[in-house]
Design a protein around this ligand. Structure first.
Ligand code: GUN
Length: 292
């Protein structure tokens, strides 16, 4: 088996399963899951993400609605749009693209989305459900990462997992998921002492710091599974390049399994967003998720 975990292929097969579930929801329940994506401002990277999200939503047979608001939109206007979407029966998932402009309070906006329409897992109720092992919705990037790990390793029980990065979007929810899988979990971050040694103890290493190629191969335990969440745009030898938080060339030589950048975690994130939207649509209609 290749050491490389092919996130692109994994995401494509997950999207096929989602498309088959959506077809059953339409056929058996006359239910078309709908996802609304809200973008405030004109951040170029966010515009690319939003376009890809809309395209893939439609490709799996769901309805996609986009709301593009001006950079200077007042917070109150964004909150009232969320209220309208909360009340719209055709919309089962609402995603407000982050980052938001500075004049808007991010947590206030995320908590305004009804927790049953939250497809990011950022609402406080879903954060609480994840950390207490309840039935909530799980943030997309950690969800995609845990799916790939379980697919490759089978049971994760008893393994030493180190998550480098403590963000609300990736680090903390990833740690919760690994704990649910009965790993021994360490969350490391920029203030961690002897970070290299902490990483060397990991059977599972998740890098989510946002620093290009920060983790070299000699920080990795031979045979470890490495999940690289970083997406960093750099320029090398006059060429623009996308790299992860792990130095892929040296890490690949030691790791037992590793996600590349691009083509690893990235493609799984949108596939998991589609999965979360189907999950929320089923929950709102009290329907069991159809088999794929
Ligand atoms: N911006 C970058 N990634 C994400 C994501 O997963 N969800 C939201 N809402 N915004 C993002």
């Amino acid at each position: 088996m290749s050491k490389i975990i092919d996130g692109k292929a994994f995401a494509a097969s997950l999207r096929e399963q989602i498309a088959s579930r959506v077809a059953k929801l339409k056929q058996q329940h006359q239910l078309t899951p709908g996802l609304a994506v809200v973008l405030v401002g004109e951040d170029p990277a966010s515009e690319v993400y939003v376009r890809n999200k809309a395209k893939q939503t439609v490709e799996v047979g769901m309805a996609s609605v986009e709301h593009k608001l001006d950079e200077n939109t007042p917070e109150s206007e964004l909150l009232s749009l969320i209220e309208t979407l909360n009340a719209d029966a055709a919309i089962h998932g609402i995603l407000v693209q982050l980052p938001l402009p500075k004049h808007i309070n991010e947590s206030k906006v995320l908590d305004a989305i009804h927790y049953e329409k939250d497809v990011d897992g950022f609402h406080l109720t879903n954060v609480g459900l994840l950390s207490t092992g309840g039935e909530g919705v799980v943030p997309c990037t950690p969800l995609g990462s845990i799916m790939m790990l379980k697919d490759r390793l089978g049971s994760l029980s008893g393994k030493n997992a180190v998550v480098v990065g403590r963000s609300n979007i990736v680090g903390k929810p990833m740690a919760s998921l690994l704990l649910q899988e009965s790993c021994t979990v360490t969350i490391a971050h920029s203030r961690t002492e002897n970070l290299a040694d902490v990483c060397r103890g990991a059977d599972i290493l998740v890098a989510a710091v946002g620093r290009p190629e920060m983790i070299p191969g000699d920080w990795i335990k031979p045979g470890a599974a490495v999940i690289d969440v970083g997406i960093n745009r750099i320029e090398r030898d006059g060429k623009k390049k996308l790299v992860g938080d792990v130095d892929f060339a040296s890490a690949e030589a030691v790791a037992g399994a590793i996600t590349p950048v691009p083509g690893g975690v990235g493609p799984m994130t949108i596939a998991c967003l589609l999965h979360n939207t189907v999950q929320q649509a089923c929950r709102q209609h009290n329907i069991d998720m159809p088999s794929a």
